[in-house]
Design a protein around this ligand. Structure first.
Ligand code: ZN
Length: 465
């Protein structure tokens, strides 16, 4: 076998220089300008990597600033490696300059150092090393560089509309050892407009109710304002006090203000959080006899159907397979004098059909006067564990780090599903902290080198025969 590892080790300083140069480009999505659909910073980052690749002798292609690629080798079949050069905004609270590429204590700091510029540079030099070593791939290898992974994936839509789709490939944009299954994602928006003033006026009316900021996060705060007729106020307060839900209740001139606190978590791991909207709705459920009929219907559906559930059991949707159990997050709720809108983020197991989830959900919501629309969806991803892609990558990883790691199935979504037949492979090693999107994002330079070695071996394994 070629000595790829010592060749790569000899490039360590050059690789760190290249990564610093790329991290210094503030490739945050910005207003489009000619040739730069995601703003000038993202375009500059794409150009830099393509120029470096060209200088190494690879054929480069830029698809109108949406994405680009570097290609190595000849052959009928195409293998893809999909990474991205755009980054999320820096945010605040950094102790190192977010676009400085500062090296300290064996780490390189900066936004994108780990997500996903470190892997981009690791893969670029892995490719260059194969070429220098005289490796002759039997399939073509493409390092594809997306420019809009962090927002809408418009980059890959445009790229694959113009360019050949790889037979299969991997994305170095999640974690090791290997992710071969990702649950399907279904984002539903349910809404109802209030019919108008009721006669006689109800004893209690929910005037406003708001919780959550993004549907893919378990909401940690929720607040409501109720108009309460003075005659029923004592009994309403009694009911709220007896509720099992810890609500903060404040008396106002014409009624009450309620607040519920929960704990935030990613919607794909809702068991790690506590849903504040669910808490508030369950507290409100005790007041259903006092509410206008249309409001009581909506509270009943949301409190009894969902409440604090995150597995869909209250709606009869609970199911699971080898990829895990269905999860459901009541992510945002917006309720005012005109109507109510809720967004629910559902992740369903890979062997369950989307219609088996959507149909019952829509029908049950309709019984409470709620109309259901899809605001976002991604079908499940599953590569069989005996597919050569999965077998070879896992073998490369296990040989290099030593061990018998098994592939993973997750509820989150990764860039791998843009490839078609794709898996996520690194860059975060098991047990290591997740630093992506956080302040003081960094990449450990020894791990940076290790991932480059793994990626070089993986590229060789996928194209050797
Ligand atoms: Zn990423």
């Amino acid at each position: 076998m070629l000595d790829l590892e010592s060749l790569l080790e000899g490039k360590r300083e050059e690789m760190i220089r290249d990564l610093r140069e790329l991290v210094k480009i503030e490739s945050v999505k910005d207003a489009a300008c000619p040739g730069a659909p995601f703003g000038p910073g993202v375009r500059e980052a794409l150009d830099l990597v393509l120029q470096k690749g060209q200088a190494m002798g690879f054929a480069a292609r830029n698809v109108d600033g949406y994405a680009g690629h570097l290609e190595f080798g000849v052959g009928e079949e195409l293998i893809g490696v999909l990474a991205h050069v755009d980054v999320v905004p820096a945010g605040s609270g950094w102790t190192h300059p977010p676009f400085g590429g500062e090296v300290s204590d064996g780490r390189l700091y900066g936004r994108g150092s780990s997500d996903d510029k470190g892997p981009v540079i690791a893969c670029l030099h892995a490719l260059a090393t194969l070429k220098e070593a005289g490796f002759a791939p039997r399939r073509r290898l493409r390092l594809i560089l997306g420019c809009d992974e962090e927002s809408g994936w418009e980059c890959v839509d445009r790229y694959f509309a113009a360019e050949e789709r790889p037979a299969y490939g991997f994305s170095p944009d999640a974690e090791f050892p290997l992710i071969i299954a990702e649950k399907g994602q279904l984002g539903l928006e349910m809404s109802r407009c209030w019919g108008g003033v009721e006669a006689p006026e109800a004893a209690v009316r929910v005037v406003a109710l708001h919780g959550g900021t993004r549907p893919n996060i378990v909401p940690d705060t929720c607040r409501a304002r109720l108009r309460v007729q003075a005659t029923v106020l004592p009994e309403v307060l009694d009911i709220l006090r007896q509720s099992a839900m810890p609500l903060e209740t404040t008396e106002r001139e014409d009624g009450l203000e309620l607040a519920a606190t929960g704990m935030a978590a990613h919607a794909s791991l809702p068991q790690k959080g506590v849903n504040s909207i669910g808490r508030l709705l369950l507290g409100l459920a005790g007041l259903m006899p006092y509410l206008p009929g249309e409001q009581a219907e909506v509270v009943r559906f949301l409190a009894e159907g969902i409440g604090l559930d995150y597995d869909g059991s209250g709606l009869g949707l609970a199911c699971q397979d080898a990829s895990g159990a269905l999860t459901l997050n009541l992510g945002t709720l917006s309720w005012d004098e005109k109507g109510v809108t809720v967004k629910v983020d559902i992740r369903y197991p890979v062997t369950v059909g989307r219609q088996a989830i959507f149909g019952p959900m829509r029908d049950k919501a309709e019984l409470s006067g709620l109309r259901t629309a899809v605001y976002n969806e991604l079908p499940p991803l599953q590569v069989p564990d005996d597919h050569p892609l999965a077998v070879k990558l896992l073998q490369v990883y296990n040989e290099r780090v030593g061990g018998q790691a098994a592939p993973l199935a997750i509820g989150g979504r990764t860039y791998a599903c843009a490839i078609g037949t794709g898996v996520a492979f690194g860059p975060v090693f098991p047990g290591r902290p997740e630093v992506a999107h956080q302040r003081d994002e960094y990449i450990d330079l020894d791990e940076f080198m290790l991932m480059a070695k793994i990626y070089a071996a993986a590229m060789a394994a996928l194209t050797a025969e």
